[in-house]
Design a protein around this ligand. Structure first.
Ligand code: ADP
Ligand code: ZN
Ligand code: ZN
Length: 750
């Protein structure tokens, strides 16, 4: 053994431990946060160097690392620290946490015998690296195969050599390298060539407006903290159209003036290109944009712009909370209540919460903004953990839209015998169209109808892989499962009784579009939901709306996201009840947010707007209080209920999700986990923590897997962690076929 130092390495495997490797001196100087290629079992994996081993390694024989992959550490020190803290908080394996923080495409994986960075297209170059055995094998090889030895000698001397260079020196280099690779003396790495200089695009700069009095107060408070330095979290509670974005822009500009970096997190970028344009118009090319609509290559380039310190402002979605912004001065979380900040698979973090943690560690300023803050942030403001800033009026002269509720239990539907558009909504749409203005209609259900019902026997066609009914789609025709994507042809007869009397029940956006076309034959109608539009095509639909080529836009929650269309003066909610009665304690909160946000799309510029909400539950608080945009009353009523149940924000939850194709095995595993949690609770002297379950999940069968869960409820996160800790080994080695996932601070209870 060449006797290099022993380092701790985080390897992306679902184990809550780190691994030790020797770093031979020939590889270069190890640094924390740098990526390293290591042998792992029979594979080679990309890990991240954490630091020199402090204790005796757990491994019997410490293996040498194969290669150091970074000149400068991929993860700067502050990010590495944040991620270690996050891994501990979420009780998630560190290696997986670190991998989630690095842009896809920086991972070196083994494909066949070759090491490759997958899916980064174009401009790849192959690099030949010596393995740890290379140097000692040279001597023997010189006698046995001198040509091959010469190639190996060059690789050992240079540390790493581009394949093209070897080939330029020796015509047979490829063949020799292939054999050296087979003998385990070299490794081949494919990596991208250095990027082209960043192409500059010219963007028209905007002229910042004069701030309203309320905006000026908010900007002054944030600026003062930026100048003083240190951490402070703000909750910017501003009604829809109050000009929160202008406050963010000024705050980011202030940070820049002070030589600090800025990070802005938004729920969705593909759907809100105009929002990014506002940042571009203010900051030009000094801006990195990180979102899922980018190709892996593009995302990597943006990441590298930040990492190299060439750009100091980033706008991005959830995962951008890990963007390597240097000298971070401010983190903004726009629409902080939005569920998309919660990652639901793998490392299940909440980017809003990690943004606060990152700001506190930096230290930097955090600004969480919303018209409908989450109850968590609202309570934190009440407790003084966040400083509340209020924008109570719209930035433009317009008041908030008037909201009417149409009680569907009493109102007749409008003309044509349809049951989608009520009389009052029909009249309002007609008036709006006559004035040459535009309408947005919202229905949170895509497809034609949410069910196909046999009127003879009552059978509703269900998905064979999920315990949910199939949605009828007309374009293209078929029955589709919205949980697993399974698709089957529309049957002619009932599958249970063979009766031909089968009918669509309920309404989705496709049916609404059809009904509207009948009711308003002269209007230009378009639909926006996941079936017509993903990413860039959604942008195209919204552009047509902006250019006034669409009179009525009907769609799912894609139409509710922060859009700002001056001529949209009427917003209709076709059925507020969708989502109101979900078996989830946040159902009312989510409905209130959605209704308030969608109503807020109306009348944002020069003309005043109106919203109409159709519902079978006209007295539900989420509906009633959305009518008056009354967040504080809603929050107070909802908080009273949550407090009684010990639910967030008054308590903490952890959901252990257990699933598998065999219901019996999955349930047994869930029972074992619940038992181990109760045992741990006993040993801790029965703290005020409840272990609930196991129970069947509300969505009990999805994608062919039966789902069970154990819910742990605690007054504090610390106590929750203490009870969970001893049960963690169960999560790492579940019985065959069973999958266990820990969801800390779950957002969805389904
Ligand atoms: P929010 O994000 O709070 O819903 P926006 O930031 O989208 O609101 O602002 C709503 C509208 O008001 C936008 O058209 C914006 O350009 C405009 N606006 C914002 N601040 C001002 C201001 N100080 N003066 C004039 N118009 C403003
Ligand atoms: Zn039937
Ligand atoms: Zn399904």
């Amino acid at each position: 053994m060449s006797g290099g130092p022993i380092w701790e390495v985080a390897v992306p495997v679902p184990l809550r431990r780190v691994f030790s490797y020797e770093i031979p001196a020939s590889l270069g100087k190890p640094e924390p946060g740098a990526r390293v290629l290591v042998p792992f079992g029979r594979r080679r994996m990309t890990g991240v160097l954490l630091g020199p081993s402090r204790a005796l390694p757990a491994e019997l024989a410490v293996k040498p690392a194969i290669a150091l992959l970074d000149d400068a550490p991929a993860l700067p020190e502050d990010l590495l620290g944040l991620l270690r803290e996050a891994a501990a908080y979420y009780m998630h394996p560190l290696g997986e946490v670190l991998r989630a923080a690095l842009p896809a495409g920086t991972d070196v994986v083994e494909r066949g015998k070759r090491l490759a960075k997958p899916r980064i297209s174009g401009r790849l170059e192959r690099i030949v690296l010596p393995t740890a055995e290379a140097a000692s094998a040279l001597e023997a090889l010189v006698r046995r195969a001198p040509a091959r030895a010469a190639v190996l000698q060059r690789v050992v001397d240079l540390g790493e050599v581009p394949m093209s260079e070897l080939r330029a020196v020796r015509a047979d280099a490829s063949g020799q390298v292939r054999r050296l690779e087979a003998d385990g003396l070299v490794a081949i790495l494919e990596r991208d060539r250095p990027p082209d200089p960043f192409l500059t695009t010219i963007v028209a700069r905007d002229v910042p407006p004069v701030l309203t009095a309320e905006q000026a107060v908010a900007v002054a408070a944030i600026s003062a903290r930026l100048e003083r330095g240190g951490y402070e979290g703000f909750l910017l509670h501003g009604v829809t159209g109050s000009g929160k974005t202008e406050v963010y822009l000024r705050a980011v500009d202030k940070a820049r003036e002070l030589g600090r970096g800025a990070l802005v997190l938004v729920p969705e970028i593909a759907l809100t290109p105009q929002l990014v344009e506002r940042y571009r118009a203010r900051f030009g090319d000094a801006l990195a944009v990180l979102h899922s609509g980018l190709t892996e290559r593009e995302r990597f380039e943006q990441w590298r712009l930040l990492r190299s310190g060439r750009v100091h402002v980033a706008v991005g979605v959830r995962s951008a909370v890990f963007a390597p912004v240097e000298r971070l001065g401010i983190v903004v979380v726009d629409e902080e209540h939005d569920g998309s900040f919660k990652q639901e698979r793998g490392f299940a973090y909440n980017a809003r919460d990690l943004a606060l943690l990152r700001a506190a560690r930096a230290p930097a300023v955090a600004v969480l903004g919303s018209a409908t803050p989450s109850l968590e942030s609202h309570r934190n403001a009440g407790l003084g953990k966040l400083t509340r800033l209020v924008l109570a009026a719209r930035a433009t002269a317009q008041p908030l839209p008037e909201v009417d509720i149409v009680d569907l239990t009493r109102h007749r539907f409008g003309p044509g015998g349809q049951n989608v558009v009520s009389g009052p909504l029909y009249a309002a749409i007609e008036e709006t169209l006559q004035r040459g203005e535009q309408v947005i209609l919202f229905l949170n259900r895509r497809g034609f109808a949410p069910g196909l019902l046999c009127t003879a026997c009552g059978e509703v066609r269900k998905c064979s892989f999920c315990a949910v009914s199939l949605t009828l789609h007309r374009r293209p025709p078929g029955l589709v499962c919205h949980y697993c994507g399974a698709r089957e042809p529309i049957p002619e007869r009932c599958g249970a009784c063979a009766s031909p009397d089968i009918e669509p029940v309920g309404t989705g956006t496709q049916r609404a579009e059809t009904v509207l076309a009948d009711l308003f034959p002269n209007a230009r109608i378009a639909r926006l939901d996941r079936d017509v539009a993903s990413g860039r095509s959604a942008e195209a639909v919204l552009d047509r709306l902006r250019r006034r080529e669409i009179d009525i836009l009907v769609g799912t929650q894609m139409v509710t996201k922060g859009h700002d269309f001056p001529l949209v003066t009427l917003v209709g909610v076709l059925l507020a009840d969708v989502g109101l009665h979900m078996p989830d304690f946040r159902a009312a909160e989510r409905s209130f947010q959605l209704l308030t946000q969608v109503a807020g799309r109306a009348g944002r510029a020069l003309r005043s707007g109106k919203a109409i909400i159709q519902t079978y539950s006209p007295t539900h608080p989420a509906v009633l209080l959305a009518r008056t945009h009354d967040f504080l009353s809603f929050a107070a009523a909802e908080a009273a209920e949550r407090e009684e149940l010990g639910y967030p924000p008054f308590g903490r939850l952890a959901l252990v999700r257990v699933s598998g194709p065999d219901a019996g095995r999955a349930e047994a595993a869930a029972r074992d986990i619940a038992a181990s949690l109760r045992a741990s609770w006993q040993r801790l002297g029965r703290p005020p923590v409840s272990v609930l379950g196991p129970a069947q999940a509300p969505l009990a069968f999805v994608q062919g897997r039966h789902r069970f869960r154990v819910l742990v409820r605690s007054p504090s996160h610390d106590l929750l962690g203490k009870v969970l800790e001893p049960a963690l080994p169960f999560f790492e080695s579940p019985p065959a076929g069973v999958h266990v996932r820990l969801d800390m601070d779950p957002m969805s209870m389904l």
